[in-house]
Design a protein around this ligand. Structure first.
Ligand code: NAD
Ligand code: TYD
Length: 348
């Protein structure tokens, strides 16, 4: 039995990774360590919470004493580290939460792994989940490669870049077996409705304005969340220690075009007249320092590890809308007083 620690498993991507690993690998004991911040939600995991090979642990990766004790007790063989503060807009208003969790939290995990593994790295792995945003912003041409120089522009991406550097430094200095993946924007079920797609779905459903920053010209490369989970599975089992792999959807969309597609899907699924939802599009003040374009070249993971994105955007967006419409209770439960406060401050 392998003991695997997955951090941030109650969040959006983490919950899909936990479900996949718990169901697919009965020989692994999966520990989900999560602080349950506003973004963490155990309702994401009700279907597997009673599985014998699953255990939830509530805790904060910033608390080094707690982390050291936990590692000493559970003797993890591997770590898949997803816990993070993940929303760019929040990083602009409250950067310190990002510095603490994304940088200090990551170093605490690195130290704890290094201390319990004590140079005996056979069968051990520290897998750090990162973002394409560390590479900065592209113009009209080009794609991010694993060798692209880091140029993060927001407090969020700078904190993730910093954690990536530390993970690589622990590999170089202490030979800790690490692997890093940098992934493009994810979408799909269970994403907190502060991010573009679920926020827009929720607003369209409630006939509220869809806030588009600036002119909606910014471009993102969208990947269905289960494809990210399958990439993480592939890299965890077949990736080479010390390596970095980019993960992307080969699916670039201008924000405004993506929202128009989403409006059409919503019209269809809600039984509205085509064009009704589009009327809700509202251009609002641009995000400070808004990165223009992200796009990933993922040929390394395709060629070396045989992973490919499998869900077409039309299918993925259809499934995503269906999930949000079918899971009103989930949405209602996470849209707390705190969310309303955040929303008013951000979009007033
Ligand atoms: P999320 O915000 O939905 O979830 C983050 C989870 O981490 C939550 O469950 C939260 O409770 C937990 N957490 C936060 N601070 C913690 C702390 N101090 N201690 C323990 N747990 C804590 O994020 P997500 O979108 O699922 O992203 C997961 C990871 O993937 C992040 O590292 C993010 O940088 C990376 N990533 C996200 C995307 C994306 O499009 N969402 C793309 C590429 C990479
Ligand atoms: P987001 O989902 O926050 O992801 P990221 O900033 O990590 O790429 O935003 C995706 C894109 O959508 C980004 O260009 C910002 C834009 N956006 C809006 O236009 N309006 C919004 O209300 C939000 C949340 C994002």
């Amino acid at each position: 039995m392998k003991n695997i620690l997955i951090t941030g498993g109650a969040g959006f991507i983490g919950s899909h990774v936990i479900r996949r690993f718990v169901n697919k690998y009965p020989d692994y004991k999966i520990y989900n360590l999560d602080k349950l911040t506003y973004a963490g939600n155990l309702e994401n995991l009700t279907d597997i919470e009673k599985a014998e090979n699953y255990e939830f642990i509530k805790g904060d990766i910033v608390d080094s004493k707690f982390i050291d004790k936990l590692f000493a007790e559970k003797k993890f063989d591997a770590v898949i580290h997803l816990a993070a503060e993940s929303h760019v807009d929040r990083s602009i208003t409250d950067p310190m939460a990002f510095i603490n969790t994304n940088i200090i939290g990551t170093v605490n995990l690195l130290n704890a792994a290094k201390n319990i593994w004590k140079d005996n790295y056979e069968g051990k792995l520290f897998y750090h989940i990162s973002t394409d945003e560390v590479y900065g912003s592209l113009g009209k041409e080009g794609l991010f490669l694993e060798t692209t120089a880091y140029d993060p522009k927001s407090p969020y991406s700078a904190s993730k870049a910093s954690s990536d550097h530390l993970v690589r430094a622990y590999h170089n200095t202490y030979k800790l077996p690490v692997v890093i993946t940098n992934c493009s924007n994810n979408y799909g079920p269970n994403q907190f409705p502060e991010k573009l797609i679920p926020l827009s779905i929720n607003n369209i459903k409630n006939n509220k304005p869809i806030p588009i920053y600036g002119k909606g010209e910014n471009i993102r490369d969208w990947l269905y969340v289960e494809d990210h989970a399958s990439a993480i599975d592939t890299v965890f089992h077949n990736g080479n220690a010390g390596e970095t792999y980019n993960i992307g959807g080969k699916n670039e969309w201008k924000n405004i075009d993506l929202i128009k597609v989403l409006c059409k899907v919503m019209d269809r699924q809600l039984g509205r007249k085509e064009g009704d939802s589009e009327k809700l599009i509202t251009f609002v003040k641009d995000r400070a320092g808004h990165d223009m374009r992200y796009a990933i070249n993922c040929s390394k993971i395709e060629n070396e590890l045989g992973w490919q994105p499998s869900v077409q955007f039309e299918e993925g967006i259809d499934k995503t809308v269906r999930w949000y419409l079918d899971n009103e209770e989930w949405l209602k439960n996470i849209i707390s007083g705190d969310y309303e406060k955040y929303y008013r401050k951000q979009y007033s």
